[in-house]
Design a protein around this ligand. Sequence first.
Ligand SMILES: *[C@@H]1O[C@H](CO)[C@@H](O)[C@H](O)[C@H]1NC(C)=O
Ligand SMILES: *[C@@H]1O[C@H](CO)[C@@H](O)[C@H](O)[C@H]1NC(C)=O
Ligand SMILES: *[C@@H]1O[C@H](CO)[C@@H](O)[C@H](O)[C@H]1NC(C)=O
Length: 401
Amino acid sequence: MKSILAAGLLALASHAGLCSAQTFDPNKAAPQNFDLSKIGTDMKTNTTFSNPVSTENIGDPFMTKYTSAEGQEWYLYTFSTNDNITLKRSRSLTDNWDNAETRVVFKPDATGKDAGQPWSSSIWAPEIHSISGKWYIIFTAAPDADNPPPLQDALCPINCPAVNHRMFVLESTGADPWTSDFPMKSMLNTYDQFAIDGTYFQFKDKLYHIYSCWENAYSAWPANLCITEMSDPWTVKSNLTDRMIISIPDQPWEQVPYGRPIRLATNEGPQQLTNPKTGQNFVIYSAARVNTPYYCLGQLELVGNDPMQYQSWRKHTAGCVFHQNTQAGVYGTGHASFTTSPDGDEHYIVYHAQTTAKPVADLYRTARIQKFDWNEDGTPKFPLAENGPFAVPAGQKALAK
Ligand SMILES: *[C@@H]1O[C@H](CO)[C@@H](O)[C@H](O)[C@H]1NC(C)=O
Ligand SMILES: *[C@@H]1O[C@H](CO)[C@@H](O)[C@H](O)[C@H]1NC(C)=O
Ligand SMILES: *[C@@H]1O[C@H](CO)[C@@H](O)[C@H](O)[C@H]1NC(C)=O
């Protein structure tokens, strides 16, 4: 019985192998060639869109919405460029974002007058949030382009290029994010320790900072998720004793290679997601390692009343909730944000991925968008990462002129 079953499975496996030759050649992935008719909305019909939705090599796409003074709804988009903070806006969620209106709102002179400033280089993971009538851009930066002095690097178990990365906040000068300037407001207190991918988490009229952290100044890996309480969008009020780690990459799928517990085990890119029907709060975060195919999304649910308690969070331990799809040639799916269709009824995940399973050092990531739903138990039900074509978001076609 056992051997017959095994033989049957073998036959099935080799049959499947013969039928579906590989269509994706990782050796040809870079430089990327894009068929522009398959980037974002299909302009011939405006009824479908395909991934990616931009050809630009970016990470950490962050999407939100705002309403202009004239009452028009816009999507507002930002992402990691490394050198500056760029905002884009479009009335359509899925039109090719290469063509959207663009503004650069923060651009340090990293090799000139701003050299050595703690916010001058390696600018990562900007997000823009509307809180109490103003817009706040929260982002990660370093003074040294991730090349710390050798004697500092030597304090870490192996090395720690990002040891001097910290979190910063820019505040809008007005209520409209598109017409405002964004002067520097503050550096967020992370106790002079590694901090990247910080985001805001709002719960019961309180504001928190959740970010990727190390256990101490030179521990380097694993990268965990930490939480502190804020008194306003630019001020952390918790002291170091009150700072709490709410997630460590303790699951094998959060570790690269699979199951290796310390080096390259990562939790980062946290993002609040609230189920609008049930009010359940989640932190969807990135796990494993950004420059591998295994980068994926993990899920924490707030099940207690105090986000500052480790015990208030429940991790989805069964595996990634969103991950690579080798058949579609989508790898390293991570750092997501969330928005809704123009009519507000449908939910969308915006994430980055690579199109090669063997990413080179300078990985090429593009922004992608997919609809997701909710499970019966109120948890998000993410789709398989796909290229489409998909139906455009509800209410979008009506906006196309
Ligand atoms: C912002 O950074 C990106 C990536 O380096 C670059 O392509 C773009 O030209 C920069 N924009 C400005 C205005 O410097
Ligand atoms: C940290 O703040 C808490 C109050 O939130 C206080 O009880 C504690 O004494 C403080 N610890 C230190 C080391 O200052
Ligand atoms: C699709 O929308 C664009 C503008 O968003 C418009 O220029 C184009 O004519 C539309 N195409 C169709 C077939 O409606």
